[in-house]
Ligand binder design. Sequence first.
Ligand code: SF4
Ligand code: SF4
Length: 382
Amino acid sequence: MPTVSIKECSEYDKNKIKKLVLESLKEIKFDLKKYRNKKILLKPNLLGPFEPKEAITTHPIFMQAVAEIFKKVTNKITIADSSDQAYGRDDKVLETTGMNQVAKKLKIKTEMFKAKNIIFLKSEKNQILKQVAIQSEIKNFDLIVNMPKLKTHMLTGLTGAIKNIFGLVPSYYKREYHIKGNTPKKFSSILVDIYNVIQPKLNIIDGIVALEGDGPSRAGKPIKINVILTSDNAIASDLIAAKILGFENVLTNQFALERNLIDKKDIKVIGEIKLKNFEKPSHIKQVVAPFVAGLFQKLVTKRPYVNKNCKKCLTCLKACPAKAISLKNNNIFINKNKCILCYCCSELCPYNAIELKRSWLGKKLINMHDKMFKKVKNGRRK
Ligand code: SF4
Ligand code: SF4
């Protein structure tokens, strides 16, 4: 039976987190002793060189608390994620996110997996990817501890335990899967395919300070949610996270349920589900009414625009899976016709220089739509 343990925790206090996670491990019947001298991969969300206070990456104190729990049974612990070649500076990611400091204190390893190390895994349940490219380094570990940061995501709605596994896809294939998954639905379906081949036995979500609004990067806003979720099942933990945050439409959850990968009724929840006030991504709020969807959706969808903060670092150019970004006359240019609206450029820009905005026409249309929709809703109420 998939089990999720919910703990309230209002600060990044290492000892408090450690105590709560230990309690949760007992509650979900996770046998720590089974991993004596085993090789453990602690897989945080290390999207890029972001500081802990930005709430984009798993907090280093959260990581330290969990690493100390495993240190009791083994020294073979590695904190690792896959490298995004767009940055080209893996050491900077590990340093800025605070992971190197944790590793140094505890005398454990950190690693950014190399893009060239690839294995292909298959699952009969997959719907889009016949085979999934995964970092081959995972074969070296006896246990993957999935440690996502709880955040909104402009494509999937929410990034939790399922989306965090995308970090184990080598850099080149991340881009390929974005191209294949060129709509929020297709991309979310691909994420569920990836989950089918990698199902971490332990998921510990850092939701003490989460990211609301237009996550998963600097366009989102840190918000205290004060929650730690621990589960033996990634889908179960994401379903409960969505409930806590009042999210109805998380596409990865929806597809996992539609594919019968889990039955909601089977999930055992230990702890209280307290609904939190949480701002959804603007894309989710702006999904237009079904009767105008086909007509307007494309026009009202937010697009990436480069603002004056741009330092011409070219991270976005290297990250864009659709090769829609180029440098022209020393300015960053985005080709709208090539852009597949994956938002990777906005996620990865280190200077918050890519804003997601609507065109003038898009804004007019959404205003008209909102007024119309309000009238229809009010009419129905009468
Ligand atoms: S938009 Fe951001 S990522 Fe792209 S070149 Fe400018 S600063 Fe770098
Ligand atoms: S321009 Fe940005 S949003 Fe468009 S495809 Fe490239 S990375 Fe994705």
